[in-house]
Design a protein around this ligand. Structure first.
Ligand code: GRG
Length: 297
């Protein structure tokens, strides 16, 4: 039996850093300031999405090298979304990953371009990494899946509805649709990318990983809403959280905090149950689900 997945977190994070170093142009190349800002924005973070890609790859028996491009690409899209989400026209945040946001450290126009450039680079990485061992037709499918998850039928669509909904109380069904698009689609895509990289697989395995991805994607956002409430009440219970200030609906505001916690726990459990088909090989994804469920941010 192989060592627990927890022992491979640091090597996987290192692989991701190496991929970023390889695929992001250096700050010495034209246009130097933009490249420096892209690297600034890409530092730090939990790297959960790349870890999901690598963990799913292990469950499917793939070598890590086959997944480097997918792991790097998904994190590039994620970083772009955070940089744009922090802009004054969106969430207007001054801090991200414990440092000034990209538009604060540089300027607004540069932050917009950082997001644009990271997004296009993500697709370049999958298209150009022809030493991954994954054939070109399969990489084309991976690009299509990533584009759909990131675009107007996925993350960007969810963000658009989120902005349109400010100041309005959403129904539970509306809120779930928003979360499934805004946060869920990209997390689901992590599993889909690994499955595509693995080539032909029994439909039951593909279904199981997709179910896991959908459940973890929604649970992650519900948990984020819960952590927002708990961290703002912990901050002396005086200041309104950002969601209150922006009058955004959240799971705790729509269904109450205890019910939101139950819903998140049910989703994490359902994600784990779907992995029974993989027997002991499921350990990396089981471990990650528990790690995500237990996070405090
Ligand atoms: C602007 C196109 C566009 C999309 C924005 C994902 C998103 C859509 C906005 C992020 C806003 C936000 C804080 C959502 C809550 C869930 C979430 C995605 C949190 C950030 O992800 P983490 O916790 O961040 O994985 P790190 O920094 O660890 O990578």
């Amino acid at each position: 039996m192989s060592a627990p997945f927890a022992e491979r977190l640091a090597p996987y994070r290192q692989r991701l850093d190496d991929s970023f170093a390889r695929w992001l142009p250096t700050a010495q190349t034209y246009p130097a300031r933009l490249h420096e800002a892209m690297r600034y924005a890409s530092d730090g973070g939990k790297r959960l999405r790349p870890l999901l890609v690598y963990a799913a790859g292990e469950v499917l028996g793939l070598p890590a090298r086959a997944l480097d491009a997918a792991a790097c690409a998904i994190e590039m899209i994620h970083v772009y979304s955070l940089v744009h989400d922090d802009l004054p026209a969106m969430d207007d945040d001054a801090l991200r990953r414990g440092r000034p946001t990209t538009h604060v450290a540089y300027d607004e126009a540069t932050a917009i371009l950082v997001g644009d450039a990271l997004q296009t680079q993500a697709f370049h990485v999958i298209a150009a990494d022809d030493a991954s061992g994954i054939d070109a037709a399969q990489r084309l499918r991976m690009i299509a899946v990533l584009a759909e998850a990131a675009g107007s039928r996925g993350m960007v669509g969810g963000q658009a509805v989120d902005l349109e909904s400010e100041g309005r109380t959403l129904s539970l069904a509306e809120l779930e649709a928003l979360h499934v698009h805004k946060t869920g689609a990209m997390i689901r895509a992590c599993l889909q990318l690994a499955t595509l990289a693995a080539g032909e697989r029994p439909p039951a395995q593909v279904e199981a990983l997709d179910h896991y991805g959908k459940c973890i994607g929604l649970a992650f956002q519900i948990q984020d809403d819960i952590l927002d409430i708990e961290s703002s009440s912990a901050a002396l219970g005086k200041t309104a959280g950002k969601d209150e200030a922006h009058l955004k609906s959240t799971y705790p505001s729509v269904m109450g905090l205890p019910a939101a916690k139950v819903r998140a726990a049910e989703l994490f459990e359902s994600a784990r149950e779907s992995l029974a088909i993989f027997s002991d090989a499921a350990e990396p994804l089981l471990w990650l689900s528990r790690h995500i469920e237990g996070r405090d941010r």
